[in-house]
Write a protein that binds this ligand. Structure first.
Ligand SMILES: [Zn+2]
Length: 303
């Protein structure tokens, strides 16, 4: 099985709709690459547009259909529908990175989720879906949002430059985070004053954002645990997060699911994981924590 087909089936198995896209093909002289479509070197979206008639609307998770596509076009790039399992923040090269860097600095924005280096010198940060459609985030040049109805190419697709899309942090290494508030604020429709007020001052919303930051930081710490320390780290990190469940600012179901997934990713067995989580939960539900007044968590392990 080709790595392209294998990757396509892997995305589909996660529920991500997949479609085949044109690919970069050596020109007859072999001196350069051109789009595999009939326009070849004249194509204005080389190796980026769909092979199927309705594009992303034809995207599928059915392994048989996907198998047929890649048997017909074994070199096809792997296109994914956004807005279903994930949304993507599309950073167009160094200019986009600079714009995002300013926001990161100003807002203490952390982006710990799955991350792709595109073959064209840009980046895709993946997030849990927002329900929003494609749109440029306000005030961020060279940055775009791919949501409902949108699409991205995914590893191991190849760019017309000859470089491949590749994971810097894969779906096995990081769970899909919620969009941080500082970024979400630039995606939501222009200020309905009431929603803006709720977002900045509503205690529940603020608490949930803080809780999610804690959850993300502890999941990241768990992901870094060395062999031999993994179960203990699961206990310690889950212990911290369940305190916020007890404080009412994180939903227990979401926390348990996130830790179960992260524990599986680092190789802990289901039995070990559920035992450890049960004990951390019991210990900490008696010891609730709410949002502290001081600075937020840094994402570093406390030790
Ligand atoms: Zn083309």
């Amino acid at each position: 099985m080709s790595t392209l087909l294998e990757a396509a089936l892997g995305y589909a198995a996660r529920g991500i709709p997949v479609y085949p896209a044109h690919w970069p093909r050596p020109t007859p002289s072999r001196a350069s690459l051109a789009c595999s479509c009939p326009r070849g070197p004249e194509c204005d979206r080389p190796a980026k547009h769909p092979l199927v008639r309705h594009g992303v609307k034809d995207a599928a998770t059915d392994p048989d259909r996907i198998g047929r596509w890649w048997r017909r076009w074994p070199q096809a790039n792997v296109g994914l529908a956004t807005g279903v399992v994930f949304d993507a923040l599309d950073i167009d090269g160094p200019a986009g990175l600079a714009a995002l860097g300013e926001l990161q600095e100003a807002a203490g924005l952390r982006l710990p989720g799955p991350l792709v280096a595109t073959g064209g010198g840009g980046w895709h940060h993946w997030f849990a879906p927002t329900g929003l459609g494609n749109r440029p985030p306000r005030g961020l040049a060279y940055v775009d949002w791919r949501g409902r109805g949108g699409c991205v190419l995914a590893p191991p697709s190849r760019h017309i430059s000859g470089h491949s899309y590749r994971w810097l942090r894969s779906l096995d290494q990081a769970s899909l985070p919620e969009v941080p508030a500082a970024l979400r604020g630039r995606l939501d429709p222009e200020p309905a004053t009431a929603t803006q007020r709720a977002r900045t001052t509503g205690p529940d919303t603020a608490g949930h954002a803080y809780g999610r930051t804690v959850l993300e930081a502890e999941l990241a710490a768990l992901g870094r645990a060395m062999p031999g320390h993994r179960n203990r780290t699961l206990n310690r990190t889950a212990f911290k997060v369940y305190r916020y469940v007890a404080g009412g600012i994180l939903p227990e179901e979401q926390v348990t699911a996130a830790f179960t997934e992260a524990a599986r990713a680092i190789g802990l067995t289901a039995a070990e994981t559920s035992r450890t989580l049960a004990s951390a939960r019991t210990a900490e539900l008696a010891n609730p924590r709410t949002v502290p007044a001081g600075p937020g968590p840094t994402g570093k392990e406390a030790g």
